[in-house]
Design a protein around this ligand. Structure first.
Ligand code: IVH
Length: 715
């Protein structure tokens, strides 16, 4: 009998080998059942011998503990986006521009599919996966390592190919950040939806949102199985052993990382185009959605030479395939009331197949758009999926009309509560008219002073129905708005009450338990009634009550984000919470004081002030306060044990690894105060390349100076 350690090692090898082959799309030699059995056996042995568990054991993919919230982590190198192009001319123009900038006339390009998934950064230290971050805002992302570990398609450890002679790859760098796209293949997505429908739940909308959603689960056990990953580039790498993109992808592939199997290497714009056309034919046979290709300058030295703009690098572009279109018949239009009261026309059409899914609804945006496009009920319409997500009506095929088509009428009363609607017009046109009014006034004044009749000024076209941009139900107590607001209020970035899904909210509202937002926090007083509702067991009710209790502590920023105040999103709410500290200070502020807050303009300030001082707003705040909801902003969280806590730091010169703002945010998160000029109060100067007078002054004053290497080491 082999000892436990040997069996454990054998099982791990067997599972890892199968995983590796699976990632490379090859026969694994193990059925799913055999794989599951081997994993079970390994789990049992590891439970008996806990000392033999290692962090990269295949068992560690599952069974991770649920987390309370996501930690936001700065990207060492920002995750940028890519400039889009839509036709051959634009691709050629980029090629010409780029070859010129590189000072050559022939440029090697790598072309890869662009997967419509979720961007991910994977950090490997000494070959072990240590951290997985979402793209977030490009400078910082959410740490989702606990969930990513469940993805079998992502290796927990990288290792050189067993057949070392075949591999010309360098050694695995100590720090290796690999970036790529995580996605749900279409058939897995369909299977998940079939299951959901069978359980009486609403199906997911599309694979991309489903992937993004499932990766934000707090409990790794709930992450959908069958996610896949394909790497497309590098982030931070400790040892620059690679000379080109293809060099890099070949190396990581040999270490077990999945990379694109379709990859073109071309050396002219014509060849690039030929590859794109070829791939456009082939891509529909792939098991996942691609919305374009990414074209990259292959050599890393040229990439560095070309550099980046603020949002996207100059060394690559995306070519986006035209959205797929279909024709169908428009059957009816309904007006849906959103959480802000906005009425959105939603088209119901004869179901038709579009880009792989059956579509029967599409958005018509607003009434002005319907009139401009002259879309009528009964029309044959062209629909398309923008970014392959939300279908839209592009146009009506007017030459197919037979005279039976009917005009679409916009409601002048809210379809839900009957309040007369308010109409808003295209802001550019409104502005044009305001400019005209002011010009007329000025001319009148001038003419009066000069004692002559005013000159006529050409009047712009008056606002017409086609300029309409939105209709609103202005009733803050409209039940339709209230339902949507409830859904928003309990959402992840607001009160984050997991147990209150859309269905449950509707159920509770129908049972009369939720008549205003404050009622959420009184649900615990209605335990018996909750237990009497359908599909509400003890466990679910306890869960719900527990979730509601926790939600009371989210703080002012999240409450403000959740209240659906027009023009206030998470960013604005954060500014207000930081500036005022608690709801009472905000309630005492007049419009002017609110408008003085950074990033808050006069329109937003007016909206906030109106909200807080009308009946509905006052009522909801009283309710929340009485329910014990925390309406204050926490003191900025600062790493107290950080050596930079409380220190005044100045940054100067050019840094290689950090943008200015990025570094500033990072230092502030470590408790430092970042100042613009060196004085005797400065504790530390961080000096990059080409540091000038500030460096000299710091040296004169005897202020500590760090170069970038020292900074990196101490971070
Ligand atoms: S290269 C700018 N290659 O597209 C950074 N990106 O629209 C270089 N994407 O955020 C990225 N497939 O998540 C690259 N083959 C591919 C890609 C790809 C999909 C994503 C990526 C990026 C987004 C920009």
């Amino acid at each position: 009998m082999p000892d436990a350690a040997t069996t454990i090692r054998q099982l791990r090898d067997q599972l890892n080998r199968a995983d590796r082959l699976y990632r490379l799309g090859q026969e694994t030699g193990m059925s799913d059942l055999q794989w599951d059995q081997a994993l079970k056996q390994l789990e049992t042995l590891e439970t008996q011998h806990p000392g033999l568990v290692t962090p990269d054991s295949p068992t560690q993919r599952v069974g991770g503990e649920p987390i309370d919230g996501f930690e936001t982590v700065a990207h060492r190198i920002p995750m940028l986006s890519i400039e889009n192009t839509y036709n051959r001319d634009e691709v050629e123009a980029w090629y010409t521009r780029t070859t010129k900038a590189c000072g050559t006339d022939k440029l090697e390009l790598a072309i890869e599919p662009k997967i419509d998934g979720v961007a991910l950064s994977l950090r490997y230290e000494n070959g072990r996966l240590t951290r997985a971050l979402t793209r977030g805002d490009g400078t910082k992302g959410d740490d989702i390592t606990h969930n990513i570990k469940t993805v079998r398609h992502i290796p927990l450890t990288l290792a050189p190919h067993a057949d070392a002679e075949r591999s010309e790859a360098p050694d695995i760098p100590e720090v290796l950040e690999i970036r790529g796209e995580v996605f749900l293949p279409q058939d897995t997505f369909d299977a998940v939806n079939t299951d959901k429908i069978a359980r009486g739940e609403d199906p997911f909308m599309n694979p991309r949102n489903t992937t993004a959603g499932t990766l934000k689960q707090k409990d790794p056990a709930k992450v959908i199985r069958g996610l896949r990953f394909i790497a497309y580039g590098k982030g931070e790498v400790s040892d620059e052993a690679f000379t080109s993109h293809t060099d890099f992808t070949a190396a990581i592939k040999s270490w077990g990382m999945p990379v694109h199997e379709h990859e073109g290497i071309v050396a002219s714009a014509d060849d690039a185009w030929a590859w794109i056309e070829h791939f456009d034919q082939l891509r529909h046979e792939l098991s996942y959605a691609t919305d374009g290709v990414v074209i990259k300058v292959n050599r890393y030295d040229l990439q560095t030479q070309l550099g980046s703009r603020s949002k996207s690098p100059r060394w690559c572009i995306a070519y986006k395939f035209a959205a797929e279109q279909a024709r169908t018949k428009l059957l009816k239009v309904e007006w849906q009331v959103g959480k802000t009261g906005k009425l959105t026309p939603r088209a119901t059409m004869q179901p038709t197949l579009l880009a792989g899914t059956t579509v029967s609804h599409a958005t018509l945006h607003n009434y002005g758009e319907i009139l401009r496009k002259d879309i009528r009920i009964g029309d044959t319409v062209v629909i398309e999926k923008a970014g392959e997500i939300i279908p839209q009506v592009v146009e009506a095929v007017t030459n197919l009309r037979d005279g039976s088509e009917e005009l679409i009428i916009a409601p002048d009363h809210c379809p839900e509560c009957g309040t007369p609607v308010q109409i808003e017009y295209d802001s550019k046109r409104v502005n044009e008219l305001a400019v005209y009014e002011r010009a007329v006034e000025r001319e009148k004044d001038k003419a009066e002073k000069e004692g002559r009749a005013p000159e006529a000024i050409a009047k712009p076209k008056p606002l017409g129905p086609t300029d309409e941009s939105a209709r609103y139900c202005p009733n803050p107590e409209c039940p339709a708005q209230f339902r949507e607001r409830l859904i928003h209020f309990v959402g992840r970035n607001q009160m984050d009450i997991d147990a209150l899904g859309e269905k449950t909210l509707h159920q509770l509202a129908d049972a009369g338990l939720l008549n205003n937002l404050g009622d959420i926090f009184r649900l615990k007083d209605h335990r018996e009634q909750l237990l009497g509702l359908e599909r509400m067991g003890e466990k679910k009710v306890d869960n719900l009550i527990e979730g509601v209790e926790q939600a009371k502590t989210r703080g002012l920023q999240r409450v403000l984000t959740g209240l659906t105040i027009r023009h206030i999103g998470a960013g604005g709410a954060k500014r207000l919470a930081q500036a005022f500290g608690d709801i009472d200070a905000l309630l005492q502020a007049d419009e002017e004081k609110i408008a003085a807050v950074e990033d808050i303009g006069p329109i937003t300030a007016a909206s906030v002030h109106t909200f807080l001082h009308n009946n509905a707003g006052q009522h909801v705040i009283t309710e929340l306060r009485e329910a014990g909801v925390d309406l204050s902003a926490p003191q900025k969280e600062v790493a107290r044990d950080s050596p930079l806590a409380g220190k005044t730091v100045v940054i100067t010169g050019t840094l290689e690894q950090f943008g200015r703002n990025e570094l500033k945010a990072l230092l502030e998160s470590l408790g430092a105060k970042v100042s613009g000029s060196v004085s005797k109060n400065t504790d530390l100067l961080i000096a990059g390349e080409k540091a000038g007078s500030k460096l000299k002054k710091a040296q004169d004053l005897g202020v500590a100076v760090w170069d970038e290497a020292t900074l990196l080491k101490s971070l």
